[in-house]
Design a binder for this molecule. Structure first.
Ligand code: HAM
Length: 422
């Protein structure tokens, strides 16, 4: 008797797992550089948690939950991470410990969708959530962090879209505006959209049906319903993105399919790679009312979740080797020990450094430094150890200088910083 994996759920085998690890490591490293700490929550939660947070009339809750009865409890496999993170944040009173909490998570999520390329029933998300910071600058930093991550992974042709829904009142005002616009056009809408018109008109903007796309083409913009405060927040988001040089486009049709959002919304997609129509790599936004909705105090929050399978489809086939910025080539044992110390000092500064401990010839060490794409090769033998200096070979500029050991770390830092910000 042979069994097959459940429809839409995939095994990840050796040969593929290396790219997963590369992606997960890049994400975790970056999240830590931005000050996030990891949280792990259960994969099963009370079904009501998702009904309450994501919303009863959303596609996810209405059609895609894997739920089960166990005794008197109704449980569900989590379809996303945000609701669980907020539940844990409230349960453990994290708000009482820090005014601002930055949390990240990684793991499988479950949605009973029709499987296709880039869309699965078990998929993986990597997410970041910030609690306690109401300002638009942290929304902008979330977006910029994602652009940096995707660039590091070699993903090109990114499209960054941002929008604002305003606070809970603005959202209601916008729903009314949209309803008023669509009611006279109801006859031209798809059957599904007509049903949505009463309970959740925002979802009509997500419809892929050509009739709905045509009917909503001239619909009012979400920005029309913003209050002065919301508008100031959205302007602050755009100004912070401009200040960082993050590329983006305002898309006033972007509403996203989960009910908890307020104010900032964003999505990043790529048309490169094998993504096809499922090209949203990441979605996110602000959810200032959710902590209170789930029994906590009035704490603003914002975040995103990346779809790891989609990022892997968009990543170049041969994973881009993260070049060792600094290759350290010691000749002889005293030099090797000094090299180990130098390596440690450089990594403490966040500089990628590799020490060649193989004891081979200088020629073979230089060959490896070049193959790795290192910018600098630090060469030291008995003589350098004695005189307290290191030979600094710049593999891009093809120059070589002697640096006093005491100034070495500073010199290396300067050269590599100039490379990143020419
Ligand atoms: P979401 O847009 O539903 O947002 O999902 C985020 C990402 O997960 C999508 O952009 C996509 O890359 C990936 N994804 C979603 N469904 C599937 C699927 N069936 N197969 C493969 N990948 C999928 C959220 O989940 C929010 N919790 C994001 C968030 C965090 N907002 C604020 N904080």
């Amino acid at each position: 008797m042979q069994f097959r994996a459940v429809k839409g759920m995939n095994d990840i085998l050796p040969g593929e797992i290396e790219r997963w690890q590369q992606l997960e490591h890049s994400f975790i490293r970056l999240a830590k550089l931005y000050g996030y700490s990891e949280v792990r929550t259960p994969q099963l939660e009370p079904l009501a948690l998702f009904q309450r947070s994501i919303g009863e009339t959303t596609e996810v809750v209405e059609k895609q939950m894997f739920s089960l009865e166990r005794g008197r409890e109704t449980l569900a496999l989590r379809p996303e991470g945000t609701a669980s993170i907020v539940r844990a944040y409230v349960n453990h009173s994290l708000f009482a410990k820090q005014p601002v909490s930055r949390l990240f998570y990684l793991g499988p999520m479950f949605r009973a969708e029709q499987p296709q390329r880039g869309r699965y029933r078990q998929f993986h998300q990597a997410g970041c959530e910030i609690f306690g910071d109401p300002g638009p600058a942290c929304d902008a930093e979330l977006v910029d962090m994602l652009v940096l991550l995707f660039q590091n992974l070699g993903i090109s042709n990114l499209s960054v879209e941002v929008n604002s829904l305003g606070d809970a009142q603005a959202k209601e005002r916008y729903k009314d505006l949209l309803k008023a616009y669509l009611l006279p056009r109801a006859a031209t809408l798809s059957e599904h959209a007509r049903q949505r018109l009463q309970d959740n008109p925002l979802r009509i903007l997500d419809s892929k049906d050509p009739a709905d796309i045509e009917a909503t083409a001239g619909a009012p913009s979400t920005l029309d319903a913003l209050s002065d405060g919301d508008r100031e927040h959205f302007n602050g988001l755009c100004a912070a993105l401009d200040a960082m040089g993050t590329p983006y486009r305002v898309n006033t049709k972007l509403v996203r399919g989960l009910d908890y959002y307020t104010r900032t919304l964003f999505e990043i997609s790529s048309d490169k790679g094998a993504l096809g129509t499922q090209n949203a790599l990441v979605g996110g936004g602000r959810y200032d009312g959710l902590v209170r909705e789930l029994g906590g105090p009035d704490v603003p929050a914002t975040g995103f979740a990346i779809g790891l399978e989609r990022v892997l489809l968009a990543m170049p086939e041969a994973p881009q080797q993260r070049a060792a910025s600094c290759y350290i080539a010691p000749i002889g044992e005293p030099a090797l020990h000094e090299a180990l110390r130098i390596g440690r000092e450089l990594r403490a500064r966040g500089i990628v450094a590799e020490v060649d401990g193989r004891g081979g010839s200088l020629k073979s060490m230089l060959r490896r430094a070049n193959a790795l794409g290192a910018r600098l090769c630090l060469i030291l033998g008995d003589e350098e150890v004695k005189s307290g200096s290191v030979k600094l070979k710049d593999l891009t500029e093809h120059t070589q200088t002697d640096a006093p050991r005491t100034q070495l770390i500073e010199r290396v830092t300067q050269i590599l910083a100039a490379e990143q910000n020419p």
